[in-house]
Design a protein around this ligand. Structure first.
Ligand SMILES: Nc1ncnc2c1ncn2[C@@H]1O[C@H](COP(=O)(O)OP(=O)(O)OP(=O)(O)O)[C@@H](O)[C@H]1O
Ligand SMILES: [Mg+2]
Length: 277
């Protein structure tokens, strides 16, 4: 007979899945010491599970900087001067969000891959962080790749980033984001390098993940058609400042800020208005 443990062993408490992720008062500046121009100024945004918040604005307005600062992955020569990230109201270090709480599809996929490691290495690493390995892991990787539009996982898994096209890398990044099964996703121009058929597939997939898994998405895009189709709310950046944040219907029907009006007018002139039902 084995001796009873001195204390009752209870499983480690499972932290509740966060329902909100907020970025508060984020200010990012250029320069190693942050003494250069301000790139993002006092920005506050809130993501909710099961909702898509689109972040739009001209090129250079600070969309990617916002995503990177919130995840603690700013490029050299830029610095966060102030701001915090909260999960369900509790402050959280940006580095602690990556992978576990927030999966990310970054704008420049090539820079996100380690050049000496294969796609299989990257995928296994993502799953190892979740405690998964072995044949189950391989099957999950293949399934996520097919979902992300990479139809031949066995051919692609042994490849390095330099052996793949931009569009293939973008899809691999999406597959890795799916594997992470994080409650939130930052998707920075997730479909820019993809052909229209794959674009449509990825957007369908995102929509399904939001509905089925309650994924909360920060979607950076230049495409107001994608905004109309996927977003619940829209945040508009202009020179690093948030100039408008409103439900998608309001942004299309009654845009307030001149930058928003310009984005909407350009879209309507080309495509007319077609909001998701
Ligand atoms: N490493 C860097 N050092 C200093 N400034 C930078 C650096 N990288 C980008 N910037 C500047 O930060 C500002 C915001 O850039 P960011 O990449 O966030 O724009 P964006 O809104 O994502 O644009 P795009 O739509 O073209 O992707 C730009 O003015 C850019 O020149
Ligand atoms: Mg960008």
């Amino acid at each position: 007979m084995t001796a009873a443990p001195p204390f009752p062993t209870s499983p480690a408490p499972v932290p509740p899945t966060p329902q909100t992720l907020s970025i508060e008062g984020l200010t990012v500046a250029a320069g190693h010491d942050g003494a250069g121009p301000v790139l993002v100024r006092d920005l506050t945004l809130e993501l909710r599970r099961g909702r898509v918040l689109a972040l739009v604005g001209a090129s250079g307005s600070g969309k990617s900087m916002t995503c990177m600062a919130a995840l603690g992955t700013l490029p050299p020569g830029t610095r966060t001067l102030s701001g915090r990230v909260r999960l369900n109201g509790a402050e959280c270090a940006p580095e602690a969000l990556r992978g576990r709480e927030v999966a990310a599809i970054l704008q420049n996929p090539r820079s996100a891959f380690n050049p000496v490691r294969t796609m299989r290495d990257h995928a296994l690493e993502t799953l190892a962080a979740l405690g998964l390995s072995g044949p189950d892991a391989e099957a999950r990787i293949a399934a996520a790749m097919v979902e992300a539009g990479l139809d031949e996982p066995a051919r692609i898994l042994p490849l390095h980033a330099f052996e793949m096209s931009g569009g293939m890398l973008q899809r691999m990044m999406i597959a890795l984001a799916l594997l992470a099964e994080a409650p939130f996703l930052f998707a920075d121009e997730p479909t820019t390098d993809l052909d229209l058929v794959v674009q449509a597939r990825i957007l369908d997939l995102l929509q399904r993940l939001v509905a089925a898994r309650g994924l909360g998405v920060l979607l950076v895009t230049h495409d107001m058609g994608v905004v109309a189709r996927l977003a619940d709310e829209v945040a508009v950046l202009d020179h690093g400042r948030l100039v408008e944040c409103a439900p998608v219907e309001e942004v299309f029907r009654a845009p307030r800020h001149p930058v928003t009006r310009m984005l909407v007018a350009a879209h309507l002139a080309l495509y007319g208005l077609e909001l998701a039902p």
